[in-house]
Design a binder for this molecule. Structure first.
Ligand SMILES: Nc1ncnc2c1ncn2[C@@H]1O[C@H](COP(=O)(O)O)[C@@H](OP(=O)(O)O)[C@H]1O
Ligand SMILES: [Mg+2]
Ligand SMILES: [Mg+2]
Ligand SMILES: [Mg+2]
Length: 332
């Protein structure tokens, strides 16, 4: 299958998962959560979304493996049997099938053998990015990136709660194939051709003082005081706009924000590939630039983590060097 065909399958899968998430968010806010080992909240919808995306991808492109955030461990213990039942209902498949689909996302390129052909091309999936936003009834994303030879070459970024100019209802799915631009599609829809949407592009702003900057809502995910210092140094009077999930990449890609800052809160935190792959694909194809806080390109060839990077700076492009320099000064 070529990249266009793969991304077409990806768009179908992400749309289906978005619909599941919208339904669950409507009646699950603050219910049905459980604590994972790392204490981050994971909901019925995270599992159901991963099951739906992996299930559709298994049918459409069975040869490609998935590097997904979630695993079925918690669902397989008796303690959480009721949770599994609800995941199955929302995913629209029998419980055993849901577990099997979720575990299609367990691939780890870093531990696969050197001659394992599955390492050449795979998906990176965040079934719900911004789980905390999802639980607050705010922004979240279903994020699917396509990685080839350790590089992001395409992506699908579903943002069901993102307001879009000229649309009565919120919600958008952004799609990109390397070299072919980035397009926006409605969440509803049955034409999954990646190039049939409306072309999107970043803003052209380059004057630092008028940049619209965004960052995480969660202070544990980004150093908000350092970002406040960065905008002050750039001469921006407004504080960064806070938004959960890769919806921040979407905002910059559509030109409604100019920069997204993700500044490390502690040394040693390694960003996960599924938190960035789809966002990077879409933003770069919309004309933007993404590096880490040291100005290095994100290195997706290391497995499940961005081991060679720290933090992320994503911009419209024209302001990138200036923003990276200001971040460097703020972080000392
Ligand atoms: N200390 C930390 N620094 C940066 N990111 C973190 C973090 N701890 C968790 N995250 C990631 O932050 C993501 C949410 O990002 P944001 O704050 O932009 O919404 C989470 O994705 P999930 O919600 O998929 O678990 C999680 O992977
Ligand atoms: Mg998580
Ligand atoms: Mg995430
Ligand atoms: Mg997630």
């Amino acid at each position: 299958m070529n990249r266009d065909e793969l991304i077409e399958a990806g768009l179908e899968a992400v749309r289906a998962a978005c619909k599941v998430c919208v339904r669950v968010q409507a009646d699950l806010v603050n219910a049905g959560t459980l604590e994972k080992g790392d204490k981050s909240p994971v909901t019925v919808a995270d599992f159901a979304s991963q099951a739906v995306v992996c299930g559709i991808l298994a049918e459409r492109c069975p040869d490609l493996v998935v590097v997904g955030e979630e695993g079925s461990e918690e669902l397989r213990t008796g303690e959480h049997r009721d949770l599994l039942g609800r995941v199955a209902v929302h995913a629209g498949m029998p419980a055993e099938e849901a577990i099997e689909a979720i575990d299609r996302g367990s691939f780890d390129p870093a531990t696969a053998g050197d001659d394992d052909p599955r390492k050449d091309r795979y998906w990176a999936l965040d079934p719900i990015d911004g789980t905390k936003g999802f639980l607050r009834g705010e922004q979240y994303a279903v994020a699917l990136g396509l990685i080839e030879g350790g590089e992001v070459v395409g992506g699908v970024l579903g943002c069901p709660n993102l307001a879009v100019d000229g649309q009565d209802e919120p919600g958008v799915v952004l799609v990109a194939v390397k070299g072919a631009g980035a397009y926006r599609h409605p969440v509803e829809g049955t034409d999954h051709d990646p190039h049939h949407g409306r072309k999107i592009a970043v803003s052209e702003r380059s004057v630092p003082g008028v940049l619209r900057v965004c960052e995480s809502v969660e202070s544990g995910h980004t150093k908000q005081d350092a970002a406040a210092e960065v905008v002050r140094m750039l001469g921006v009077t407004a504080d960064p706009v806070r938004m959960d999930s890769q919806a921040k990449y979407a905002a910059v890609a559509m030109g409604v924000a100019d920069a997204y800052l993700r500044l490390p809160t502690r040394p040693g935190y390694v960003e996960r590939i599924w938190d960035h792959a789809a966002g990077v694909a879409v933003l770069e194809e919309a004309g933007g630039t993404v590096t880490d806080v040291d100005g290095r390109r994100l290195d997706f060839s290391k497995g499940r983590g961005l081991d060679n990077n720290r933090g992320v700076i994503a911009t419209n492009g024209p302001c990138h060097a200036e923003v990276v320099a200001a971040v460097g000064r703020a972080l000392g």
